[in-house]
Design a protein around this ligand. Structure first.
Ligand code: RB5
Length: 144
């Protein structure tokens, strides 16, 4: 189960990604918004809560740039959010950082690449090995 959310800047792209996930048979929980003007930290908080509560394995957050969402998400204990605008970053943030939230900027990238980034993010496993201790150190920075 994937948690997904957006602000008004990311609404249209979120609909595209939800449609894409459905076509792939991936269930997702939409935490808003519905196109109305909202503050992106509120949506980031809702999506990340689904992950930290254990209801969803990963999350997707979309705003205008992806940056505001990632800044907000990364303040939440247990969240490792990555803004991705290319496939390479999506692949390696999973392999090396074990990112659990993908952030994308609807005013930065188009729907085609966003779908590919989403697929790579969801289909790529954490590599483990030497990256385990590094990810642990990230978590220690938040006092965990
Ligand atoms: C909303 O206008 C915009 O600020 C937001 O979508 C996002 O880009 C923030 O980082």
């Amino acid at each position: 189960m994937i948690a997904i959310g957006c602000d008004h800047g990311g609404y249209e792209l979120k609909l595209e990604i939800i449609k894409h996930l459905k076509e792939r048979g991936i269930e997702c929980k939409d935490l808003g918004c519905g196109g109305e003007t909202v503050d992106y930290p509120d949506i980031a908080q809702k999506v990340c809560a689904e992950i930290t509560n254990g209801f969803c394995e990963r999350g997707i957050l979309i705003c205008g740039t992806g940056i505001g969402m990632s800044m907000a998400a990364n303040k939440i204990r247990g969240i490792r959010a990555a803004v991705c605008g290319d496939e390479f970053s999506a692949k390696f943030t999973r392999m090396h950082n074990d990112a659990n939230v993908l952030c994308m900027g609807a005013r930065v990238i188009g729907a085609g690449i966003a779908r590919e980034i989403t697929d790579i993010f969801l289909d790529t496993a954490f590599e483990g090995g030497r990256h385990v201790a590094r990810v642990e150190k990230i978590m220690q920075l938040e006092g965990k």
